[in-house]
Design a protein around this ligand. Sequence first.
Ligand code: CNA
Length: 278
Amino acid sequence: RDKNKEPKVLKARDIPALAHYIKSNECKNIAIMLGAGVSTAAGIPDFRSPKTGLYSNLARLNLPHPEAVFDISFFRNNPVPFYSLAHELYPGKFRPTLTHSFVRLLSEKNLLLKCFTQNIDTLERRAGVPGNKIIEAHGSFATQRCIDCKSEYDDERMKKHVLEKKIPRCDRCKGLIKPDIVFFGEALPAEFIQSIGLLNSADLLIVMGTSLTVHPFASLAEMTPSSCPRVLINLDKVGDFGDQPDDVILLGQCDEVVKQLCQELGWEKELSRLWEKT
Ligand code: CNA
């Protein structure tokens, strides 16, 4: 066995050792990274899962390539594919998952440092994770503005347009309205950049439901101190997980793995109570 792979901080690289660490005094600040895989159980398809992912289902939208749906110059010429997708994904139709409630539970236990999410579905907020603990790295459907003059556009009118499959335009300049989600080629929100440094003070990083392929978000997973154990909860192994001595890889459905972890922590009832309330 490779000696470098012997855990240094954890007793072992498994759920009981992880639960033991979370309950210890050494673990006060838990950073979370989320991707589309935490919302698939809510009924929202992810991008890359074979067969069920959005990319494999976008053919009917007549796109030159799947990523074009989130490409700002493509959108300017043809906003229809994006708005058909928005119609399917629009917040309000979906309920948070057990995994979202787990993030809230960590916050209620004063253990949540920050929740960095790539998701645009706002299910973290819906689950009751406090707004100041969430970094929506790729923006969200919560607000929207004109892509030309940047004027904000009313939430209720936006909702009506999306649900009726109409494309909203700016009252001032007739420019296209786009939700404040980050398209390819657009900068990430300032608060994302400003919060990266927080990872220096993380005692634990938990990464859930992401392929870790979209940068710069994915590189956050490599920014924690070497003394910080990292946990991957995902259907498949991604990124450089496994390379560090305190990496714990828990393959499976997030909700299932989270449930097992909470059982081990003795938090199972609190978790299901929180989830039932959302
Ligand atoms: P992705 O590239 O589609 O990867 C999803 C990952 O989650 C894959 O590794 C899957 O194996 C894994 N996965 C899927 N379901 C589960 C599950 N139930 N339990 C555990 N693991 C699972 O998605 P990423 O988030 O990594 O990609 C980044 C994109 C996706 C961001 O820009 C998002 O904005 C975008 N996106 C967001 C949503 C949403 O808001 N819910 C939906 C689809 C895409």
